[in-house]
Design a protein around this ligand. Sequence first.
Ligand SMILES: N[C@@H]1[C@@H](O)[C@H](O)[C@@H](COP(=O)(O)O)O[C@@H]1O
Length: 234
Amino acid sequence: MKIITVKDPLAGGKAALDIFKAAKERGVKTFGLATGGTPETTYAELVKSDLDFQDCVSINLDEYVGLPADHDQSYAYYMHEHLFKAKPFAASYLPNGMASDLATECARYDQIIADHHVGLQLLGIGRNGHIGFNEPGSPFDGTTHEVALTKSTIVANARFFDREADVPKQAISMGIGSIMQADQILLEAYGEKKADAVAKMVQGPVTETVPASILQRHPDAIVIVDEAAAAKLK
Ligand SMILES: N[C@@H]1[C@@H](O)[C@H](O)[C@@H](COP(=O)(O)O)O[C@@H]1O
């Protein structure tokens, strides 16, 4: 794992832009994308840059169950607002959280992943070490699946909703096995609330109890952290 420590999320976004640029230069055509507060500075840098993604495909990690794409807290809406409206891709895929049959939707998404090899996968990390919506205990070889969100994730994501009760209780997430197939993984973590998860991911045992710890076994994983998120690294 390569660790890049930066002063703050703004500097992190700039460092991430360099990694996207290098990926484009080596011909990456499929980008795995993430949502949440963390990648906002990265998307802002991509939007300001001269990078063009019109010959590329994006595949997002996850989506809430029960939120239509035009709901302002859906990940489809987030991606449109933060990236796609300024930097369109040839095709952009997200799980459909409104699908009537979630098992069929998961199988459809796995086929999309199988058809497009991800060259660079962007990730954030949950306070409990989750990646995508792969909560603690998720199998390391998992594919796309339906998830019951943990209380900790619901509480953490409540800041984006009017009330905690409005946070969906379920999501569809790409599995850890699929995430690990990417040629390169870039995980960003900012702020003191991520310091424990970052220390466990980088220095703890590789265990399904800390989903992100599997990145220790990826041949090309880069972690960008600010000083607050790096505070518990030895
Ligand atoms: N499903 C998302 C993850 O993809 C994200 O990495 C994480 C951290 O979010 P944030 O970046 O807002 O801290 O939580 C959410 O639940």
